[in-house]
Design a protein around this ligand. Sequence first.
Ligand code: GLU
Length: 444
Amino acid sequence: MSAQTAPPSKKAIAASPTTPSDNRSHEPHETEATAHMNFNRITDEQFQAAADHLKLDPEIQLVLRTPYRELIVQIPVRMDDGHLELFHGYRVQHNAVRGPYKGGLRFHPEVDLNEVRSLAALMTWKTALVDIPFGGAKGGVTCDPTKMSRDELQRLTREFTRKLDMALGVYRDIPAPDVNTNPQVMAWIMDEYGKKHGYTPAIVTGKPVSLGGSLGREQATGRGTMIITREACRALKMSLKGASVAIQGFGNVGSWTARLVGEQGAKIVAVSDVHGGIHCPAGIDVTALFAHVKEEKTVLGFPGSVSITNEELLCLNVDILIPAALGGAITRENADHIQAKLVIEAANSPVTPRADEMLRQRGITVIPDILVNAGGVTVSYFEWVQNLQQFRWDEARVNDELEKRMVAAWQLVHTVATGQKLPYRIAAYCVALEKVAEATRQRY
Ligand code: GLU
């Protein structure tokens, strides 16, 4: 495989909390003042709407919106061809009033400080919403793992772990998988951390089961997404059985969501990955698709399907649309073309605030990321607990506890949304903010 050639983003390094340097244009022309919509602004706007609704004390607001610690590290890696490549890595620890920092690490060319900062805040609200004793963090490395060999990725991961060492800890900050990272990467982190600190499985979650990972963790985000989709359908008096579903993304989250939502009797009519999408109006045999992807490394070319673009997938005439890829998928540019009745945010930040508003005006219900995809971090919590106790749960127990926590979170959000006539996103933020604000008040 060829070595990474793109230089790390200088822009990202220069970023500061007051000078957002986002280079991803999700929402062009959003306001005159900002040429680009950036992730930080997305989550800031969502936070503000809920904080205003709750009439949250401005002092508490300031504490809640400000990250506790931000780390930018240099990661020099000797590549396979002998040259030294310089990568940049980030870890933003947003808030830990309710427990240690918790959140994934992503490896992606577009990772920058702004994105990581925004995703870290989402983790704080997510862990509060499902009531697990963690705060919020996120990290990442600006790199293109599809252009790196396994050895290069391993060296990168180990060097990043050494650079983060002082900020991590079983009771301080516990990373996990996110976009383009997986159990193998988590295994390298555990191994590298263990060289200095001794056997410490609870330092990272989403590990391979053979190294202390939890049964059910791999499917957990998809399972949580299925549970919330099921509950949302019930609330909206829509039948999930027979409903047509389009899923953008066929990574860990998208693929398990397809399988588990399909098992509920829904008809998965379209899925996509970075290469493009496939459409089968009669419904996709998801088990056969898993086998196809294992062979071909893409959903494209699945027998009996028609190729479509990712953009076409989002605009299909389906009952349920599940964006399960990167952020910023639904913007003001395409929100008017969305035809689904229900949008389930399995990815983090897939719908921008303006698009959210446009969907709402058209009567389309959006169920927010911090609720939908919280199953992953919930089972990460179970993994951490099992590691601390050195006692393994069986998969039925994991799934059962996950079901209970997801349904409890859904009920809280649904009660606030319907009782106070709020969109589900604002309701979810209100529930989460209240919990973090309460813990903050008690500390200060
Ligand atoms: N990266 C996942 C998320 O965005 C999981 C985080 C975790 O398990 O700590 O929720």
